[in-house]
Design a protein around this ligand. Sequence first.
Ligand code: ATP
Length: 469
Amino acid sequence: MPNPPAQTPDDVAPAVSELDTIVSLAKRRGFVYPSSEIYGGINAVWDYGPLGVELKNNVKRAWWRAMVQERDDIVGLDAGILMAPQVWVTSGHVGSFSDPLVECQTDHRRFRLDELPGAENLSATDLRDPGIVERLGLKCPVDGGPLSAPRRFNLMFKTFMGPVEDDAAVVYLRPETAQGSYVNFKNVQQSSRKKLPFGIAQVGKSFRNEISPGNFVFRMREFEQMEMQYFVKPDDAAAAFEEWLPRRWSWYTRFGVTESRLRFREHAADELAHYAKKAVDVEYRFPFGWKELEGIHNRGDFDLSRHQAESGQNLEYFDPATEQHFIPFIVETAGGPDRAAFTFLIDAYREEEVRGEIRVVLGLHPDLAPYKVAVLPLLKKRPEIVEICHRLRDDLARDVMAVYDDTAAIGKLYRRQDEIGTPWCVTVDVESLEDGAATIRDRDSMTQERVPIDNVKRMILERMTAARG
Ligand code: ATP
């Protein structure tokens, strides 16, 4: 597996040193806003604006394309967010989907123990040690007050189903999409007639009542996941796990993430989740350190065995070649479009000096860019020019996201598109009225090419195909 040299946060500089650079660009240009802002906001929920929803949809499409469309061994599923509560008992989430919480005895603020200064690198065993706060002399990072011993805090949101709000009506908002794939294993396998190995992919909302959310969209309480469960014969699980590592790594690099800001990190034995036999995270060098971008897990037969035992339904696979019945092992790839879109944004951001001025560019891969092309009139006072622009935009918009803008001078219009990552701008000028040609300007090289207007769309589509590789 690729193994870059960087091992500590300081070895590699982040693409952007201040997180605020991205947060303010995101707000200003309409990528991401704080939720319910006019009421003062709600912690750890963010809303995607006009450009953000395009970017996130593009990330989800790129993932679906790589994981479902381009593979004949993986099929999609869209399971409900609400599931039978027994699912979460069986999966172990009711019992053990928790983080260590400590509380300040003076201001009653609550913190996730492993995010306190001085406790970031504790082992999973230390995090369960009731004497750890005292042993390390940890204090409240806000007012220096004494902290309680850690206790486990369950991260699942609860709500009620139906008209009666009592214990019998409690249901959970799913904290992961994976369980929907496990309980549908038989349905999917039989209806799609897939033979092992095959996978089930899902993209959808998950909810976690995180103790210390933060770092913008990195850790939210409502977020989306892109998870794929790959069902294999037990003997093939270790090899399948190793195959998924480079595949998932190269998905990020294929869409532009700088290789040196990625690394793999294997979970220590005492850090493994209750279901995992082996787990490796793809980590990215965020402005706030190396953090998980995606996890790849060998879950063994834990999930299907448990669901078979608790539901009483046979979840075994019948292998016609060997005539054996067995519970498949599962290799899971678990990422999320919020963290991925955030990573693509950070990694694409650059500031360049052009003729004494700073130009901000989002060098997003064309497949991810919110708009693929902007159509700009050089003279908005000439109705013939404006009309050509609108016609061209309408034609382009049948195939790609295209935008028209005439609200500033051309230099400023280019800069605006650079800042939101639009790969190509097409400018129509007075000469276009004579020669029927327009100028295509490239975001990264800033080179300009004069082409017949009738060829613009074909050329843009060709460039998009070429960028896909
Ligand atoms: P962490 O260690 O960061 O809490 P985790 O190990 O609990 O993450 P998983 O359960 O492996 O995360 O979740 C799979 C993926 O779902 C993560 O890699 C991430 O992309 C996404 N994800 C998980 N929790 C959140 C969250 N609170 N906000 C945004 N994305 C999340």
